[in-house]
Design a protein around this ligand. Structure first.
Ligand code: ADP
Ligand code: MG
Length: 265
């Protein structure tokens, strides 16, 4: 079984964290060994994954003695992991349900270390080779992290999942991210339309993706199961709910699995 690294990007508030957590848990349920990488500087992916808030809040940042900054010709300063990734996960990971391991990639500031986005992209890249066969990276909101972390030596994405809501600024942000990902030669880019309330919403988003040359592979409705779980500081995947949004997110996970199987064949 090959490895698959999926990275989730989009404007703030579009649902990146909900999508990342759902993909991670569904892949785990399918028997994969999943690493979830939280790229948010205020890491909260753990809550959507079903880790108690207190545990998520208590976790220390990853210290920079795990990394060394090196100069690479044509690449600039690049962070390299100096210790065994297994030590990193042992010390800094949290265990979430469904065989998901979470690493929050908040990194202690240090002059010797390159920007956090590169370190995070490295986590998304290197740990895929150390026992994890699915790595899901939840990017920081906006276009800076895609611009810094995608492509090149430490590209963390076999598939970039670009999420947007019907909000025109969110759609525009999605298109900017798609442009960046193309330039970075990310192998596959797909679109997800989230928080849909009407056919009009869906039309606007799908047209935006189409113009950017990207297929909209999931249409996720606005769904109170998701909002209620968030308000309660819990995962929408716990509590045995079934809901239209969770159904759409499960279908997304299955679609990404199918695509990966086809491209591996
Ligand atoms: N399909 C949906 N239906 C209802 N609420 C949603 C849906 N997707 C996301 N949300 C809510 O929108 C907010 C932002 O989602 P989140 O995943 O945190 O976005 P991001 O990580 O992109 O900032 C959260 O309160 C979340 O519960
Ligand atoms: Mg988020």
């Amino acid at each position: 079984m090959g490895t698959l690294r999926i990275t989730v990007a989009g404007k703030g508030g579009v649902g990146k964290t909900v999508v990342s957590a759902s993909l991670a848990r569904f892949f785990g349920r399918q028997g994969h060994n999943v690493l979830a990488v939280d790229g948010d500087s205020n890491p909260v992916l753990g809550v959507s994954l079903g880790v108690p808030l207190a545990q998520v809040a208590e976790r220390e940042p990853i210290p920079t003695d795990f990394w060394v900054a090196v100069e690479k010709i044509g690449v600039g300063r690049v962070a390299i992991l100096t210790d065994d990734p297994e030590i990193l996960t042992e010390r800094h990971a949290l265990q979430a349900p469904d065989n998901v391991t979470l690493l929050a990639a908040r990194v202690e500031a240090n002059e010797g270390c390159t920007p956090a986005a590169q370190v995070r992209s490295m986590l998304g890249n290197m740990l895929g080779r150390h026992g994890f066969d699915r790595v899901i990276t939840d990017f920081e909101a906006g276009i800076d992290e895609p611009a810094t972390a995608l492509g090149g030596f430490f590209n963390p994405a076999d598939v970039l999942v670009v999420v947007t809501t019907p909000n025109p600024i969110a759609i525009q942000t999605a298109r900017k991210i798609i442009r960046i990902a193309r330039e970075a030669e990310v192998p596959s880019i797909v679109g997800v339309a989230n928080q849909l309330t009407s056919g009009r919403d869906e039309f606007e988003i799908c047209r935006g993706f189409e113009r950017a040359g990207v297929e909209c592979v999931a249409r996720v409705p606005l769904d109170e199961t998701i909002a209620h779980a968030d308000a309660a500081g819990a995962s929408p995947l716990d509590g045995g709910h079934s809901s239209p949004a969770l159904d759409a997110l499960l279908a997304l996970a299955q679609r990404l699995e199918r695509d990966a199987a086809v491209s591996a064949a």
